[in-house]
Each structure stands twice: as structure tokens, then as C-alpha cells.
Design a binder for this molecule. Sequence first.
Ligand SMILES: NC(=O)c1ccc[n+]([C@@H]2O[C@H](COP(=O)([O-])OP(=O)(O)OC[C@H]3O[C@@H](n4cnc5c(N)ncnc54)[C@H](OP(=O)(O)O)[C@@H]3O)[C@@H](O)[C@H]2O)c1
Length: 362
Amino acid sequence: MSEEPLSPITAAVIGASGFAGGEICRVLLEHPYVETILPVSRGSESFAERHRHLAASGVEFVEAGEAERCDVVFFCTPSGEAARGAQTWLDRGARVVDLSADFRFGDAATYRAAYGNDHPGPDLLAEAVTGIPELYRDTIARARLVANPGCYVTAAVLALLPAVESDVVDLAEVVRIHAINGTSGADATPQRATMHVRVVGSVLPYNLDGHRHAPELEERLTSITRQETRVDLAVAHGDFARGIYLQASVALRAPMTRDQLLQLYLARYGRAGDGEPFVFVDARRRDGGLNEKVYDVYPQMRDVVGSNLCRVGLDVDRRRAVARIVAVIDNLTKGAAGSAVQNMNVMFGFPEMAGLSRCGLG
Ligand SMILES: NC(=O)c1ccc[n+]([C@@H]2O[C@H](COP(=O)([O-])OP(=O)(O)OC[C@H]3O[C@@H](n4cnc5c(N)ncnc54)[C@H](OP(=O)(O)O)[C@@H]3O)[C@@H](O)[C@H]2O)c1
């Protein structure tokens, strides 16, 4: 029996002049099943001026009205725009992938508690599917509307998933997470605090009173574990443009070794891409005596920047019964545009890796 050939599609990108929108265009330009890209911007700059690295593509910005006939639309806009606009695109028959926070929460009250304002269009909240293919692949495949998670949430969920699914984590204790993001995580609006001269050679903490991704992660982990889960998320910007280094510390229910915990991760994600296509477990053996400095057995951000890969590694502090789990991603790729395209691939039945790379720049 022969399978139906896959038809090429047209993709619209709203907010294409921004960091995440520009990265979606970069990814889609190399995508074998995307025939036409319609990047929407309200500004006056040309596409080549705005995205100098994409100037050779010949693509140009269009107005929203020119993008109406598309198969999929990506919202790469500040929160509020997708909630107000998604229904119109769904009515036209397009599928929608939203990179903002508009559809990440199950109900409007949790959104209000996290964002401080009423939800601008709660009617679609019940329909939206969380865009984490490693968890919800089958539901995403049937979805019209996918909510891409926050970049810290993607890294944290992939860091914690095998441990919490295997019930080795004591969730009566708070899950402690510290993460450092590139300055592109702060969006493209110029700000004094994130200027090169202010950030270089430094680390810039922010929102230590509670980042808005903490309630999103709590909702996700609670739904996975069916046990109320509390998260202490502390974030900062590092002096690099893109990439997230995230480290979670969790209390273990019972003593276990690094090897035992790693086996759970390898069983969940596979080895070197033979399981989840975009999760790689750093399982290299850790040699060296007590207090000897050991490098290169944990993931490093350098390994993934420029790719859609999440690398996960870990160790166990046996005296404290604590597991420390590291996840590294590119905030603009696996943390935003790459996972959005991965979700699109799943929604349209394309090979999940189409147009996406597992190789970092190094
Ligand atoms: N940066 C990241 O690492 C990252 C990661 C994950 C998710 N996200 C999410 O992705 C979205 C975009 O983030 P970003 O960092 O790319 O922001 P950005 O660089 O500021 O880009 C946002 C773009 O949205 C457009 N825009 C702004 N206000 C708008 C409005 N009222 N109506 C329509 N378009 C509007 C603008 O384009 P025009 O003015 O040209 O139309 C702007 O270039 C946000 O919701 C963010 O939370 C970002």
C-alpha cells in the first residue's frame, strides 16, 4: 500500500521581525516541506535589513492581510496578540502555534495569577495543547492550536521528566532550579540593563521574586506527577546572546547512584538519538576521586547552541540525597522556534526532524 505524498505548505509568521520570529524564518527557510514563508511585520524595515543573516533568502515582510491564505501560523508576539487573533486564523482553516504565554495555562485564573491581568481571550484555553512532543506527541498530532511552552519550562521539563515519571523524587520538597539565559531571552526591545557594555563579563539576575515560568512549570509537573509540585525558579542573563544553562536540584526519595539515575534517563530518552530525536543524555562515566575536578561528563551550553537539541546530564550528591540535573538548550531554537517547528512537523505528519538540526555550532 503506497502512502500519500506529503504536500508542501505555506507558513505565516506573525512578529517575524523579533528574535523568535526571525529564528522561525531561519529554520523554515531550510525546511523541505515549507514552500512559502510569509513573515508578517508592522514595521517599515525590510526583511534583509532586519535579519541581515537571512538577507540572501530573498524573503520579504508582508502585511497581515497578505498572509491570510496559509496552512499554519506562528504567533511570535508579546502575550495578548494570539489570544485575540488565533480564532480568526483557525476559522480560515489554518493551524496555530503560539510562542507566547496566551495558551499555556489550563484556566484563566492561573494565567491571571501569573501575569497579573485578565486573560484577553480565554475561550480557546480548553482546546490548546501543550507543545512538548516528548510528552504529548499524539495529542499534538491531532491539534489545531498548540501552545509552545516557555523556554525555561522546556529545559526544566526535559531535565526532570524521567526522574519524576519514575517516582524517585521526593515532591514534598520544593524543586529548586537555577537557570542562566542568553540576552536574546530578553526580547529585541533595547534596554540599558541588557546592553553589551552592561552585561559582558557579568551575570544579570532578574525577577528573583518569582519568574512567571514557575507557575507554568508547577502546573506542568503537577499534571505529570498528579501530585502538587512546587518550584523555586531563579533566573539570570549571562553575557552570551543565546542558550540556556539550567540546573535542577531535587531531593531523592531513597539513596541511589548516578549510574542508577542515568539508566532511568537512558530508558526514557534512548541513547544518542535512538529514542527521542531531540534529547541527548550525557552518560559518560565519571572517573576521579573525591574533590578531584571532573569536567566533560555533564552537558555544556556550547554543545547545543544553534541546534534543536536538549542535552541532559546529572549527578548525585549521596551525602545529601540530592540529585543535580543539568539541561542545556538554545533558548531561540529548542526553547522557541525549533520546538515550534517540531510541533508543526508533528501536526502535519512530516518527519519530526524535518528542517531541524541536532548539531550545535560547537
Ligand atoms: N526570546 C526568547 O528566547 C523566547 C523564547 C520562548 C518564547 N518567546 C516568546 O516569543 C514571543 C516573541 O518573543 P521575542 O523575544 O521574539 O520578542 P521580540 O523580539 O520583541 O519580537 C516580538 C515581535 O512581535 C511584534 N509585535 C510587537 N507587539 C505587537 C503587537 N501588539 N501586535 C503584533 N505584533 C507585535 C513585533 O514585530 P513588528 O513590530 O515588526 O510587527 C516584534 O518584533 C514572546 O511572547 C516571548 O515570550 C521568546
